[in-house]
Design a protein around this ligand. Structure first.
Ligand code: PMP
Length: 415
């Protein structure tokens, strides 16, 4: 199947990702469809990190020597690239973190502990990743706050019909995932943010699945906080960002104490550094930040709109092909304009883990399990799903390979 026109030169893109060009065993080429868990890295990212280690590694912000100045400039340039990528007002609104999980925890420990007290309300959704549930459960337990959840409809949308009620009372925070890592739904974050703000709440957007795949504009969304991981967007593991509205970051206490996050220390106390330094205690992940900057350059160079359009075409094709396979049920919106390329499904009489294992025999890498979204699986009365997730380098032929592998898996079970 190669008749669908896409805007991307996928062949050229695949040449940037040498890892894709391999066989998992003789004669069985790899089909990598586990991008929602972590994407592969283009040479530009690998080389940017390599270059830093080979030519200018030194600690940042401290040295007055040439290498340190070069490393500091590259680290801060990466911050500016990330800020521009999501249209932040300033690079000072970007805090480098290890991943989206750390970013949510930073907001919880720093902002949440000061601003959320007994009886206050935190509104989340039933489709959150555990990274945007568990930190708030910890805080709610500590403070005696109440958690409320926006429910999910059968077809995978947020059910906003009771939002006025959910936003009533002392609501301090609304946390919402931009794109679901299970059902793929792109949530109406700007609308939810407007209503949350009208109710006096702050808004945290989990953009771990959206920033890698579509144009995200923190100002258009009117997010107060927005989090994402570098490793899902062609960047290295151990890189990620917290966007925070500058006025909020300025008022927040530090998350961790130590070197770099202070201006002055005496034995009696300390004066905090300006943002974002206040939140980056200790030696940061310098190579990883530089790698993330290179990933942003790479994605922006191709164009997020083109990447999104390509993934939409692949997803439409995948939904059509999966629908042909007897016993397959795909979860989430049928309308590809309302979803991304994350496609979770079940197959009658087959366990999701068995499916993943059997298709792996044919080279197809998918994920099985609850994908760190157990409450969403509970919503559908499922212990697990199998998930195929697409990225800019995936092809229509790879969807065909997945479908062939599913038929083969079925025939093994029919024996
Ligand atoms: N939120 C969503 C929607 C995700 O898909 C993930 C990763 N599966 C995370 C948060 C957490 O990302 P990380 O493990 O990189 O912190």
């Amino acid at each position: 199947m190669n008749s669908v026109e896409t805007l991307l030169d996928v062949e050229a893109i695949r040449a940037d990702f040498p890892i894709l060009d391999q066989a998992i065993k003789p004669g069985v080429p790899l089909v990598y469809l586990d991008n929602a868990a972590s994407s592969q890295k283009p040479l530009a990212v690998i080389e940017a990190m390599n270059d830093y280690y080979r030519r200018y590694h030194a600690n940042v912000h401290r040295g007055i020597h040439a290498l340190s100045e070069k490393a500091t400039a590259a680290y801060e340039e990466a911050r500016a690239k990330v800020a521009a990528f999501i249209n932040a007002g300033s690079r000072r609104e970007i805090v480098f973190v290890r991943n989206a999980t750390e970013a949510v925890n930073l907001v919880m420990y720093s902002w949440g502990r000061v601003n959320i007290g007994a009886g206050d309300v935190i509104v989340l959704t039933q489709m959150e990743h555990h990274a945007n549930i568990v930190p708030w459960q910890l805080l709610a337990q500590e403070k005696g706050a109440e958690l409320r959840f926006i429910p999910v409809t059968e077809d995978g949308f947020l059910d906003l019909s009771d939002l006025d009620w959910l936003l009533s009372g002392p609501v301090k925070l609304v946390g919402v995932v931009h794109m679901s890592n299970v059902v793929g739904t792109i949530n109406p974050v700007a609308e939810i943010a407007a209503r949350a703000h009208a109710a006096g709440a702050r808004v945290l957007v989990d953009a771990a699945q959206s920033v890698p795949h579509m144009q995200v504009d923190v100002q258009a969304l009117d997010a107060d906080f927005l989090v994402f991981s570098g490793h899902k967007m062609c960047g290295p593991t151990g890189s990620g960002a917290l966007y925070g509205r500058r006025a909020l970051l300025e008022t927040m206490p530090p998350f961790m104490g130590g070197g770099e996050m202070i201006k002055r220390v005496t034995l009696e106390g300390a004066e905090w550094n300006d943002v974002p330094g206040k939140f980056e205690a200790g030696t940061p992940a310098i190579a990883e930040a530089i790698g993330l900057g290179a990933a942003v350059d790479y994605l922006a160079g191709i164009g997020m709109d083109k990447i999104h359009a390509h993934e939409r075409a692949i997803t439409a094709y995948a939904l059509e092909r999966l629908d042909e396979v007897p016993g397959v049920r795909v979860y989430g919106p049928a309308d590809v304009s309302k979803r991304g390329g994350v496609t979770a499904f079940t197959m009658e009489d087959m366990h999701p883990h068995d499916i993943a294992q059997l298709v792996n025999e044919m080279g197809v890498a998918v994920r099985a399990g609850h994908h760190c979204a157990m409450p969403l699986h509970q919503r559908y009365n499922l212990p697990a799903t199998t998930r195929a997730s697409f990225y800019l380098y995936n092809t229509f032929e790879e969807v065909d390979r997945l479908v062939e592998a599913l038929y083969a898996a079925k025939s093994v079970f029919a024996l």
